[in-house]
Structures are given as structure tokens and as C-alpha cells.
Design a binder for this molecule. Structure first.
Ligand SMILES: C[S@@+](CC[C@H](N)C(=O)[O-])C[C@H]1O[C@@H](n2cnc3c(N)ncnc32)[C@H](O)[C@@H]1O
Length: 242
């Protein structure tokens, strides 16, 4: 119950800003008492030493991923999808980079999206995403490489993928490279990831280089609870320049 108490404290400190039209508000406090299995899986994921190992671990996790993350009150997909929809509207062509089982796509499709493309390393995660029936196209590949798309998306949304043991700051430039001028990149970052992995310097470098301009940064909100310690995250939005 310590985790539940921690989330309540975060909310009482006013770090969670309610938005009345948002599902994002509704789920974060419903932490389940049994976090052991999900904690164990998260530890295994973060401990993967290379992309092959990470892919295997996500392949093995795929069918139970949604239930485990729901138990951890994982709200980031809702937050990312809602912000993406807010900036590009309901008819946009969107790339979900690191789409996993399609939690972001499900919320985007419910809000309205023109054409949704999913991209992920794990074939099994992609198979689960396909079962949702909301992606026009699903492509397997690595965000560590330049992306196999033309520069035509209205937005790229990426949730929970640029993080410890996954995708580092060197790959950040691959996202705006497939977004049309004046389109958007919407990403969730844990605050500790932004600071400790050097994403803060990488995002500023892209701004200095005229690749994008910061459009919005949300207030911190609890992402998940690991080992009794809450991890705060924010939704970041950049406008891609010409
Ligand atoms: C924590 S999950 C997030 C999935 C989904 N966005 C969500 O919020 O539920 C991270 C995802 O990133 C994918 N991933 C990890 N490294 C990747 C890489 N180098 N290229 C593409 N996808 C990667 C994993 O396969 C996994 O589906």
C-alpha cells in the first residue's frame, strides 16, 4: 500500500493537473496491491543488454503486457495519445514509434485519427497491436536506425520507448526526420531519464540546430511505481521546423 500512498501524496501536492476531458486523470490512482509480477518483468526489461535481448523479452511479455501495465496504473499511452490528438486533430497521419501492443493507437483511434502507422522492434508486440484493428500499417524495425519512411507524417508519437535500456538520445533525430514541416513530435519521458541519459542535452541540440522548437511540456505526473519509488514523467511536444 506504500505505492498507493505515494501516488495520493503526489496528487495532494498538486503535481497532477486534472484535465476534465481526459481519461489521463481517471486511472492513475487505481494501483493494484499486487505489483510483484509486473515489477519482475520491468526489471528484466530494463536489464536487457542489447536490442536482440530486449526484443526477445518483449516477445515473451507481449500477451500479458497490457494486464501487467494496467496493474501498474500506466497512464503514459493515454497522455501521449491525448496530447498528439490535441496538437494535430482527428484527421492526421501519425506514426506511433515503439507502438508495443498498441495502447497509444487504441486511444488515438477512439479520439479520431486519419492514418495510423505502428513501428516496433518486437514481432509479438506488433502482433498484439494488429489485433486491435486500428493501425493501417505495422512495421517491424529499430529506432536506432534511420526510419524507413518518407518525411510525410503530421506527427510522431512515442511513449515509453526512449528510456533506460531501450533507445538513447542518439536516435532522437530519427523522429523529426519523418515529420512534415510544421508537424509535431510528441514523446513521454521520465524526468530521471531526461536528466540521467542526456536527453536534455540532445533535445536542446536539435533546437539549436533548427530541427524543432519546444511547443509544450506537461507538468510531472506519476508514471508507474517501481520498488515503492514513484517515477514521474512528462509529455513533451516539439514543432518540427522546415
Ligand atoms: C514500454 S514499451 C512501450 C510500448 C507502447 N508505446 C506503450 O506505451 O505501451 C517499449 C516498446 O519499445 C519497443 N522498442 C524497444 N527498443 C526499440 C527499438 N530499438 N526500436 C523500436 N522499438 C523498440 C519495445 O519492443 C516495446 O514495444
Amino acid at each position: 500500500m506504500a505505492q498507493l500512498q505515494r501516488l495520493r501524496e503526489v496528487r495532494e501536492r498538486g503535481q497532477w493537473i486534472p484535465r476534465s476531458d481526459s481519461l489521463y486523470d481517471c486511472t492513475h490512482i487505481a494501483v493494484c496491491d499486487n505489483l510483484d509480477m509486473s515489477d519482475e518483468r520491468l526489471r528484466a526489461i530494463y536489464a536487457a543488454t542489447d536490442a536482440d535481448e530486449l526484443q526477445q523479452r518483449y516477445d515473451a511479455w507481449a500477451t500479458e503486457y497490457d494486464a501487467d501495465l494496467e496493474a501498474l496504473s500506466y497512464t503514459a499511452p493515454i497522455a501521449g495519445a491525448e496530447q498528439c490528438h490535441r496538437v494535430v486533430g482527428p484527421l492526421a497521419t501519425v506514426l506511433d514509434a515503439g507502438c508495443g501492443t498498441g495502447l497509444v493507437g487504441a486511444r488515438l483511434a477512439a479520439l479520431g485519427v486519419g492514418r495510423l502507422v505502428g513501428f516496433d522492434l518486437s514481432a509479438e508486440m506488433l502482433r498484439c497491436a494488429g489485433e486491435r484493428g486500428v493501425y493501417a500499417e505495422l512495421v517491424q524495425g529499430s529506432l536506432l536506425e534511420p526510419l524507413p519512411f518518407e518525411r510525410h507524417f503530421d506527427a510522431v508519437v512515442s511513449v515509453g520507448t526512449f528510456t533506460f535500456g531501450h533507445v538513447g538520445p542518439d536516435a532522437l533525430a530519427h523522429l523529426p526526420a519523418v515529420v512534415r514541416p510544421d508537424g509535431f513530435v510528441v514523446m513521454t519521458f521520465r524526468d530521471d531519464v531526461m536528466r540521467d541519459m542526456g536527453f536534455d542535452r540532445a533535445v536542446e541540440r536539435l533546437e539549436r540546430d533548427g530541427v524543432w522548437r519546444l511547443e509544450d511540456r506537461s507538468d510531472p505526473a506519476p508514471l508507474i511505481v517501481e520498488d515503492g519509488v514513484g517515477a514521474d514523467m512528462r509529455v513533451w511536444t516539439w514543432r518540427v521546423l522546415g
